[in-house]
Design a protein around this ligand. Structure first.
Ligand SMILES: [Mn+2]
Length: 341
């Protein structure tokens, strides 16, 4: 975090404040870990904090320290609006455009008179915050919260709760330290978090060895639906609403499925299409290796975006049309896909 931003934030926090910390819709390990870690730190500094998520989050993250106290906007709209009304400062973490919280929360935030602070590592941040700490090279927002605390007050302020939350955020957003965004600094930060009380083996078990039998069966269906287009180094998976229903689908169950498609030898571009009848959309996750930008691909064709190697998007056409369209677009990227790595 640069000096100027640090000074702005220090000034905002120089007396006890009412603070709301918000993550993006469909919060993941990084959104939760960064928000909860920051909340424990700010509480320790004498502030009154509330962590607010637009909607609920998966069961495999419910063990995180502080998770029980999270306010879920969809479940408690009135209480959430009241808390937001009283906020002096709103931190937005792990997203960089207010549309990422969904409606109607987005409108509430746009109308808010609180000072906004953004901490985020996605591309192309919007300009809504009085202090913007944006760095697309960072592994995770949780890693940024570590640097944020370091810049403001020093890492002596870390506690076991902060360390556990930040470690979880970094671990989940780096695919357990394997994505290319994992830097030497990421490992140094993780080491410091372990020294401060984050129990890496237990965190790993809590997050990854927590599958329901239904999820593993759904993974079997997904793998059975794997399609390969070797000449374009692409693989994709489909899941219909019916397949989800038959396997008792719960939020978060399909998390990580797309990575199996990317793990096939020679594949640099992997996609999963998930039908969502309730919202009348097909939810799409994109993953890539090397220089092929799924951020650009998702932005150009699927009203989405994200990072160069991981992005999301959606289609309002039905599943078959969505896939046919995808297959028709793909050859335009033949050279980029061939030279991605
Ligand atoms: Mn993140």
């Amino acid at each position: 975090m640069n000096k100027e931003t640090t000074e702005v934030v220090k000034n905002l926090l120089n007396s006890p404040q009412n603070i709301v910390i918000i993550g993006h819709r469909n919060p993941d390990g990084d959104a939760l870990g960064s928000c909860l870690g920051l909340s424990f730190y700010l509480k320790g500094e004498g502030h009154n904090t509330t962590v607010l998520m637009p909607n609920d989050f998966p069961d495999f993250l419910k063990w995180m320290p502080g998770a029980d106290d999270i306010l879920i906007y969809e479940k408690e709209i009135e209480k959430s609006n009241e808390t937001l009304n009283q906020a002096d400062i709103v931190f937005t973490l792990d997203f960089n455009d207010l549309s990422r919280v969904g409606d109607p929360l987005r409108g509430v935030l746009e109308a808010s008179s609180a000072n906004f602070v953004m901490i985020d590592h996605h591309q192309q941040p919007s300009d809504y915050a009085i202090a913007t700490y944006s760095d697309v090279k960072m592994s995770s927002t949780a890693e940024m919260v570590y640097h944020f605390i370091d810049a403001l007050a020093g890492i002596d302020k870390l506690s076991k709760e902060i360390a556990t939350n930040l470690y979880t955020g970094i671990m989940t957003d780096t695919g357990s330290f394997r994505f290319s965004s994992t830097s030497p600094t990421t490992h140094k930060v993780a080491a410091k978090l372990i020294e401060t009380g984050a129990e890496s083996a237990i965190i790993h078990q809590n997050v990854y060895d927590n599958n329901s039998p239904e999820r593993i069966k759904l993974l079997g269906v997904a793998l059975n639906n794997l399609h390969l287009i070797p000449e374009l180094h692409t693989a994709y998976i489909t899941l219909t609403q019916r397949e989800l229903d038959e396997n008792n689908f719960r939020k978060g169950d399909t998390e990580g499925f797309v990575n199996y498609a990317l793990s096939v030898k020679g594949i640099v571009f992997a996609v999963i299409f998930i039908e969502n009848k309730q919202e009348s959309i097909v939810k799409i996750s994109f993953r890539s290796k090397g220089t092929f930008s799924v951020n650009d691909f998702a932005r150009n064709h699927y009203s989405g975006g994200g990072h160069i190697n991981a992005a999301g998007g959606k289609s309002s056409q039905d599943l078959n049309k969505t896939i046919n369209e995808f297959i028709s677009i793909l050859p335009r990227y033949k050279n980029e896909l061939a030279n991605a790595q």
